[in-house]
Ligand binder design. Sequence first.
Ligand SMILES: NC(=O)c1ccc[n+]([C@@H]2O[C@H](COP(=O)([O-])OP(=O)(O)OC[C@H]3O[C@@H](n4cnc5c(N)ncnc54)[C@H](OP(=O)(O)O)[C@@H]3O)[C@@H](O)[C@H]2O)c1
Length: 331
Amino acid sequence: MSDKIFKALIVDEQDDSVISSVKEWSVDRLSEGDTLVEVDYSAINYKDALATIKNGGVIRSYPMIPGIDFSGTIIETTHDGLKVGDKVVVTGQGTGVSHTGGFSEIARVPGEWIQVVPQEMDLKVAAFVGTAGITAAQAIHRLESIGLNDKEASILITGATGGVGSMAINLLKAHGFTNITALSRKNSTDYLETLGVQHIISTDEMLENTRPLQKQEFDYVIDTIGGVTLEAILPKISYGGGIALCGNASGIKFNTTVLPFILRGITMFGIDSVQLTSDEKKELWQTINQSITKEMVDSTISNEVSLEGILSVTKQLLEGTHSGRTIVSIK
Ligand SMILES: NC(=O)c1ccc[n+]([C@@H]2O[C@H](COP(=O)([O-])OP(=O)(O)OC[C@H]3O[C@@H](n4cnc5c(N)ncnc54)[C@H](OP(=O)(O)O)[C@@H]3O)[C@@H](O)[C@H]2O)c1
């Protein structure tokens, strides 16, 4: 098996730039692991887009196969509790960053990174959920732990047409929340209307007022963009509310005051889906599995591409013009 040849998207350094192309690769050039998976599907995340550009800050060593998520079937394993034929999914960990990832017909990983796909879920849906779904589910779970419970609570999602944003909307709706506001830079609201949010707000509208305390509009927030928009959101969070920081699509810096924290007692915390334990991930997969519907999958998958089609989509993600989840059909 070690000399088996297959196709993968390879990102490599060349002179002063980073080049990505689909090439033939062999199992012995994959990162180490006790389990080989024939990959059926992957999905494209913002981090995967950063992995294809110079100074993206994602890839630790070249050449690398990006793809932080994949689902597929085990074809070889010596890991306790796993067997050939198991349908599995891998999200986060070091895949596509420091360990060869999922934009590949074959992947090799340590068995402890693997989740067996819930019986009722197919492999395409598992890739669709991917890191975006796990991150959104984790953010919701943490917000629930600080009081998110009332189904009419006002909840704001930023970067709403993105992977994490879309999955957060889907999962909140499935949990019965009925007062969701989507914040988006996009002019077209068609996609968000299809997802079924109750309100849509533009970034410009959010940035209108910059006083340190403003009208209390949102009880809870899932933020995927950071930057100046985050600065504008904190003064609008209701007394006792909270915000989960998931991403930095618009920037890593923000300036704020202590007032929303000391006068309104709001809670702000960070989400890291990469280093979740296997048991924590298993629990999140079970929650997600209870929420997934065909309608949700159909409205959120915007595109399905082959390995060769990945780079046109990563470009859209980097430009902020992409909506929803693009699935990579590998097999
Ligand atoms: N903490 C974790 O474990 C974790 C896990 C997954 C992802 N993330 C992070 O979460 C963020 C979102 O990831 P994703 O995979 O959902 O990305 P994505 O699909 O590209 O979505 C990001 C969304 O943010 C908005 N956006 C993009 N560029 C922007 C800009 N310059 N200014 C303002 N808004 C912008 C766009 O939505 P609108 O057009 O609708 O505004 C875009 O659709 C990324 O920063 C990613 O690294 C973190």
